[in-house]
Design a protein around this ligand. Sequence first.
Ligand code: G3I
Length: 345
Amino acid sequence: MFFSKIQKSLVSLCDYYKDYFSVGTALSRWTLFNKGIEQKLALKHFNEFVAENLTKPMFIYKDENTIDFTEADKYLKFCKKYNKKIRWHTLVWHAQMPKWIYYQDKECKELATKEMLEARIKKYIFAVMEHTKDYVSSYDVVNEPISDKTYKLRTEEDHSLWQKILGPDYVEKMFTWAHEANPNAELVINDYNIESTIGKREGMYNFVKEMLAKNVPISAVGLQMHISVNDPPVEQIEETINMFGELGLKVLVTEMDVSVYNFEDKERIEYTTELLEKQAQRYKEIFECFKRCAKKGYLTDVVLWGIMDNRSWKNDFPVPGRTDIPLLFDGKGKAKPSFYSITEE
Ligand code: G3I
């Protein structure tokens, strides 16, 4: 049984942190279009939204002549109606792009030329920035550009065709165009494991430092923070936020969840009271760290990647058929120990 109503006695999470940072969540299609418990939780506890999927290019850039905002507009109007801060995820990525964009022919055999792909993505960036400028304040301009193998820009071996077709300065170009289209927007480079893999962190750090030296208009680094109850240590998370903050960039936590598994675990474990308490302590120590980083002016937003455990992307990933419980509310919409741990002194 789902709760028919949300727990009214709970403090609102975003109100609780209002002096430090915005607290956001990803809205799935389900949450957006169903007036159920999850939508109610979203509206009460979060003052910032990002679409989990429906603002990704493959759902908007239908073909060369069709940039279709019909679905995205429903999301924008919903956020605006409830006066929420809105993030846009994402302008450029190597996944969830429309396949045709990289090719000359309908059969997707011959790669597009540099000029062709540049014209297509520039047109898209300008169209999105123009269409959303009255709604959106923060954009993931390029998502996940750093390779997990080389810690440099992804190549074809890392399933990305961007560098292959456009050359190594493509990220700079995307930021420059986004800034030209809307000089007031917050422009974010977003990636995962930056807080947990030291080599990848160095790669991102050197990359953004170079961008700043070239006056590329980048405003912030997004740390996705798909982490686990065991790793990385909170000290390393804090050090990471401080590193980018000291460079003069804002830091946003963009997709946080706390899996009860290590990435390499294969077996399902029991979700015991002790495990839920361990997760609660983990959320608590990390939110304390976020407060310290916010006080320094480095961290401005903490966005969770979902609301209720039963709808998290971590169910089925990385082990198909296995559930996970990485969020603050259980599958019935009831606050977990993790929620209480970050909203009680
Ligand atoms: O909507 C279809 C449904 O009609 C179909 O029956 C079903 C069958 O597989 O698929 C549904 O689409 C799925 C979609 O999520 C909506 O649930 C796609 O298969 C699935 O690939 C897609 O996964 C999303 C994933 O990005 C795609 O890469 C996840 O929901 C979303 O949480 C995840 O988000 C990413 C961020 O964008 C970037 N950072 C990592 C993060 C987690 O992977």
